[in-house]
Design a protein. Structure first.
Length: 381
């Protein structure tokens, strides 16, 4: 707190503490002097020395407490409100070229902070990559005073985004400065062993599923291993996905699903699981049920063009793959111009400092006690 604010507040508190003391001394019990005629001829003796005495110390204490509570109540906007001037903050995303950024913002003062856990100063070492940019920016924005201003420095390509929109509560700028996007950890492509089990060449839909699996393998031969055999063939324990074009499932395959496998079969009218595929008219085409650590995917119509026209679509291989993969994560990287942060509807509105309700109740109780003591004192005098 600055001295210009502290000094008036201190003088106000001192005056508030002395005022009830002076009032209490002035309003002491008045003593009226009565002259007796017989005493007028007596020699005037030395008057006793007057000594300052506090009468009714409990009443004085209650009055002092009452005024102190009132002073505390009136000081709430200063103690809890936004009393200091606005500050300029510069939040720096991972990947920004600090030297180039400071050259561009040479005429802009403020406190530079990395968007990293703890929000270290930019003078410290750069944080490790990558960082969850979106969540850190929201956290940093929420921790600032309502009157502050915020400038966000980002490279042309951002990483660390999430599915939420960037709504900020502070006025400021979104500036794209030179830099390189942080290098995300690249994982090797997942190897998939896919099994296709059927009752023979006449199995319904066999040619469509074979064509879809063949398209997968043609796009990336090293990623896909296709095991196409009859129903009696054993399913290898290393198999990830299984397409079953046959009758009821053997118990061992249900155990394989519980251990983490993903199996697709035909089951008309099934109701178990959630709908994961609908046609253009909204009719459910497939359901996905979690069983143990795996998934049982049910096609709700026979795999024929008449009952399932989607088999003829060019996108059927991709749709089949998405059924096995399940829900995909939202992208975490995008151009900075496409995800520019926006100010929220309540941005820039400083929160009001309400009077403390418990403190008001306490003041009322102390005032009531002071009035009771003062009334009892007058009635007894």
């Amino acid at each position: 707190m600055s001295l210009s604010l502290l000094l008036p507040f201190g003088l106000f508190a001192l005056a508030g503490a002395l005022l009830p003391l002076l009032i209490h001394l002035i309003r002491r019990t008045e003593q009226t002097a009565i002259d007796f005629a017989a005493l007028r001829w007596l020699r005037e003796s030395v008057k006793p020395r007057r000594r300052l005495r506090f009468e009714d110390p409990w009443l004085l204490a209650w009055r002092l407490l009452l005024l102190a509570l009132v002073a505390l109540l009136l000081a709430q906007p200063l103690l809890q409100g936004s009393w200091r001037g606005p500050r300029q903050w510069i939040a720096v995303a991972d990947g920004v070229d600090i030297t180039a950024a400071k050259r561009e913002l040479a005429d802009t003062g403020g406190e530079w902070r990395w968007l990293a856990p703890g929000f270290p100063e930019v003078g410290d070492a750069a944080p490790p990559s990558p960082q969850p940019f979106a969540s850190l920016l929201r956290e940093f924005d929420a921790g600032l005073d309502p009157a502050d201003r915020l400038t966000v420095l980002v490279p042309a390509e951002l990483d660390g985004l999430d599915a939420g929109s960037l709504q900020l509560q502070h006025a400021g700028e979104w500036r794209i400065v030179p830099g390189q996007p942080p290098v995300s950890a690249t994982l090797p492509p997942t190897q998939h062993a896919v099994a296709l089990r059927h009752a023979g060449p006449e199995a319904a839909g066999l040619e469509y599923f074979r064509a879809a699996l063949g398209a997968w393998q043609a796009s990336d031969p090293k990623r896909w291993t296709i095991d196409d055999r009859l129903i009696g063939a054993q399913v290898d324990a290393a198999t990830n996905w299984l397409v079953w074009l046959g009758p009821e499932l053997p118990p061992e395959l249900l155990g394989w699903v519980r251990d983490g496998g993903r199996l697709l079969r035909i089951e008309e009218g099934a109701q178990a699981g959630r709908v994961v595929w609908r046609d253009a008219g909204g009719t459910p085409l497939a359901r996905d049920e979690s069983i143990g650590r795996g998934h049982l995917i049910r096609l709700l119509h026979p795999p024929t063009p008449e009952r399932l026209p989607a088999l003829l679509d060019a996108g059927f291989p991709d749709r089949l793959r998405r059924l096995f993969e399940g829900e995909t994560r939202a992208p975490t990287r995008a151009l900075a111009t496409a995800v520019q942060a926006q100010r929220g509807a309540n941005a820039g509105i400083a929160p009001k400092t309400p009077l403390d309700t418990p403190l008001l109740i306490l003041i009322a109780l102390v005032f009531l006690a002071e009035r009771l003591l003062a009334t009892r004192r007058r009635s007894s005098s």
